[in-house]
Write a protein that binds this ligand. Structure first.
Ligand code: GLA
Length: 389
């Protein structure tokens, strides 16, 4: 991987603007994620199969008691507040940092302060979970600089609580868990009821690519919360704690649109388990079919796709070497993910460009969040390299 001098410098400058000394900085990074299978299953206590990716949020920070001041190298404004009593202040990027400070203080009793520079390579609004990456990197910086390392589960849970109770998106645990627990060249099978995790290796030669559909995500959060309450209503009508607890034979009496919502969840959970078996058996053809079927179910039954996402997924599927493609994340905009063979991947960006979709990039399944050894000097980055398993 190339050493990203520009990124390092951008972070150092942001930290300097926040009043911190880059020479003393420690650096924390947390990745975004893709998701092979299992969309809108996490808040139904179901199964997901995400991977952390090599696009991440990096925070260079120094400890300073009683202060929270962060400057982004890319976004306007500052996040500045009293870490002992963070207050809600609009919907800027700073609210994610405040939410995490608030949430961690509920857990640890108090949080220390920091001065920080922030830099992200996760595109915002692309369905690759830039917000969870920002939350997890903040949580790591706050807790490790205050000298109380929190357990991985507690970190992920604190970030999830920030997203739900502070930012107000009633999301499931997938994004924060993927960012914390990701493993290189692997996906993680997360049971969103027990929170048990199994690592599943990706077959050699398989690549993951993402392309932004370009759809604005303006109504995303309202739509997301609405889908969640439809699922909860369906579970209530069926007399079960969550849609995880039903099979296809149980849902036939549900009224529309709850029937289709429940059908998506039931079938998507099954697809996750089939996908894990396919990966373990090296059956990449089946994996591709499951990915395509997931997109169709999200489009027709769960109704969270858009014409632009449908078009991008269809375009990916026409490219040689692509095994399957589908929208990724909450939907209503964002990105499409394609799974492709390594020997075909070099030709993909240009081919997709000719089909009207620019900016396709190959991402690599990567390690979850952590401190960067060597601080700013140890930071890798810049333009993410072409990476395949
Ligand atoms: C968003 C949420 C996740 C998950 C996905 C859909 O990314 O943050 O919890 O529900 O949508 O699978």
């Amino acid at each position: 991987m190339t050493i990203g001098i520009p990124r390092r410098q951008a972070l150092a400058e942001a930290l300097r603007s926040a009043g911190g000394d880059p020479a003393r900085a420690r650096v924390f990074r947390a990745p975004g994620r893709i998701n092979l299978l299992g969309e809108h299953t996490d808040y139904n206590h179901g199964f997901v199969l995400p991977a952390a990716i090599d696009l991440d949020v990096a925070i260079a920070a120094v400890a300073e008691s009683g202060v929270f001041l962060a400057v982004s190298a890319q976004m306007e404004g500052q996040a500045v507040f009293d870490p002992e009593s963070p207050r809600l202040s609009g919907d800027s990027w700073g609210s994610y940092l405040q939410g995490v400070a608030w949430s961690l203080s509920q857990y640890t009793g108090r949080v220390g302060g920091i001065r920080a520079g922030v830099h992200s390579t996760v595109p915002v609004g692309s369905g690759l979970s830039s917000s969870a990456a920002l939350e997890v990197a903040t949580g790591l910086a706050l807790s490790l600089l205050a000298g109380h390392a929190v357990a991985k589960e507690a970190l992920a849970a604190a970030c999830l609580r920030a997203e739900r109770q502070w930012v107000g998106v009633n999301c499931g645990p997938m994004d924060q868990w993927a960012s914390v627990f990701g493993q290189r060249d692997s996906v993680i099978l997360l049971d969103c009821r027990t929170m048990d995790i199994e690592t599943v290796h990706l077959p050699e030669g398989l690549c993951l690519a993402v392309v932004d559909s370009g759809t604005p995500r303006t109504l995303a959060e309202g739509g997301y919360n609405r889908r969640r309450s439809e699922c909860e209503q369906a579970a209530r009508l069926l007399g079960v704690p969550a849609l995880r607890d039903v099979g296809e034979a149980d849902i036939g009496e549900l009224p529309e649109p709850l029937l289709r919502r429940a059908r998506h969840v039931v079938r998507e959970n099954a697809r996750v388990m089939e996908g894990v078996n396919a990966l373990r058996a090296g059956d990449t053809g089946l994996l591709g079919e499951l990915i395509d079927a997931s997109h169709e179910s999200l489009r027709a039954d769960f109704e969270v796709s858009t014409p632009e996402l449908d078009a991008a997924a269809a375009a990916c599927r026409t490219c040689p070497g692509v095994l399957g493609a589908r929208m990724v994340g909450g939907g209503f905009g964002g990105s499409v993910m394609a799974v492709a063979w390594a020997d075909a991947v070099d030709a993909l960006p240009e081919r997709m460009e000719r089909l009207g979709f620019s900016g396709l990039r190959v991402v690599r399944a990567s390690e979850g969040a952590g401190e960067v050894v060597g601080g700013l000097e140890g930071l890798e980055g810049g333009d993410p390299p072409l990476g395949c398993r």
